[in-house]
Write a protein that binds this ligand. Structure first.
Ligand SMILES: Cc1ncc(COP(=O)(O)O)c(C=O)c1O
Length: 384
């Protein structure tokens, strides 16, 4: 059976060019970038070249890019590192209700440590209200952290406007750009960003590597202490093959790939809600990640859809049982105003640059069979 992968928001395959770039750094150029000898110097050179490539992509300076083990660590470092470094100014942090779990759980942990966190509501399409955001900033606010491209419903926030508000009010601004990086232009200068989280495995790079942009002069303490690596902001021997792969991965998604993914996404959006009974699109039509489509199907469980699609060889995902495998409905779906039973019926389809239109047509047809079949079995459908 042919397998079709439509879950690129979860992770992506390592691109062949990325794999090729990484290979020499596994067994030939295996040095430790902190070593003084030639093996170490070769590793250091690769490290700094990679840092430069990633910095350029963000409009940042190379000494503003700190390599980490991924998006989770970068978000933890940004939130906890800035919160603790700025305790004298205040203990108030602003975020939104649709952040990734690693942001929300870092915030919950900070609340236990005596910080005060405000979780902003979002509208039906997932956008933060800028006026409410501005009014929420207080004298003791130290950090605003708002996700750039939402991992479930694809909403792309207006970073420029949020950045403007934060810089006018002299508050640090952090964004989690794991889903948007390379898909949506990101410029730390234009967007007034002080901290940006990015990772590699969402952009056809290897897993277990990411970075945090930290604007020069930002008060932040390290979260992982070690031997002074990464400008004293993150201890630990740098993972050179992964970092080289990450840097190469920033080159594999260009305008052509973005256009291709947009076409596939739009076919899904045109072909599913409306044509399918009792279904709708979650998230916005405009300002949406080019690879994200998310639908709700009334009276059926998202999880059942995922499992039946999997039997047909198609990988999609649901927000109903989130990454923690809990039975709670997705906090993002609830935040955009869905009832718990509606949230449970949601399915996320995230396309990649390697998907074809034939695969999308097959996925739409399969989804039709699966949802029709499940609806026939649903005890709720007879009652409507
Ligand atoms: C928006 C967002 N932030 C953070 C993460 C966590 O990144 P990582 O898997 O690299 O720890 C993810 C990945 O699931 C994500 O989608």
């Amino acid at each position: 059976m042919k397998r079709i992968y439509l879950d690129h928001a979860a992770t992506t395959p390592v691109d062949l060019e990325v794999r090729k770039a990484m290979k020499p750094f596994l067994s030939d150029n295996f040095g430790n970038a902190s070593s003084l000898h030639s093996f170490g110097r070769d590793a250091k050179q690769a490290l700094e070249e990679s840092r430069g490539k990633i910095a350029e992509k963000l409009g940042a300076g190379p000494d503003e890019v700190v390599f980490t083990s991924g998006g989770t660590e970068s978000n933890n470092l940004a939130l906890k590192g800035v919160a603790f470094a700025n305790r004298k100014k205040g203990k108030h942090i602003i975020t939104s209700k649709i952040e990734h779990d690693c942001v929300l759980n870092s915030c919950k942990w900070l609340e236990n440590e005596g910080f005060e966190v405000e979780y902003l509501d979002v509208g039906r399409e997932g956008f933060v209200n800028l006026e409410v955001l501005g009014n929420s900033i207080r004298k003791d606010t130290v950090l605003v952290s708002i996700i750039h491209g939402n991992n479930e419903v694809g909403t792309i926030q207006n970073l420029k406007e949020i950045g403007k508000i934060c810089s006018e009010r002299d508050v640090y601004f952090h964004t989690d750009a794991c889903q948007s990086f390379t898909k949506v232009p990101l410029d730390v200068g234009k967007h007034n960003l002080d901290l940006v989280t990015i990772n590699s495995h969402k952009i056809y790079g290897p897993k277990g590597v990411g970075a945090l942009f930290v604007r020069k002069g930002t008060r932040i303490i390290p979260w992982q202490h070690g031997g002074g690596h990464e400008f004293n902001k993150r201890g630990g021997t740098e993972n050179i093959p992964a970092i080289v792969g990450f840097a190469k991965a920033t080159e594999v998604t260009g305008e052509k790939e973005i256009q291709h993914m947009t076409g596939l996404r739009d076919r899904l959006i045109a072909g599913i809600p409306g044509e399918f009974p009792d279904s709708w699109l979650n998230g916005p039509k405009e300002n949406r990640l080019c690879n994200n489509a998310n639908f709700s199907f009334r009276h059926i469980e998202g999880e059942s859809i995922v499992l039946r699609m999997d039997q047909k060889g198609i990988a999609v995902s649901t927000g109903s049982a989130c990454s923690s495998h809990s039975l709670e409905p997705s906090h993002v779906m609830i935040a955009i105003g869905l009832k718990p039973e509606e949230a449970h019926g949601s399915v996320r389809i995230t396309v990649g640059k390697e998907n074809t239109m034939e695969e999308i047509e097959f996925a739409i047809e399969s989804l039709r069979e699966v949802t029709d079949g499940l609806r026939k079995m649903s005890p709720f459908v007879k009652n409507v």
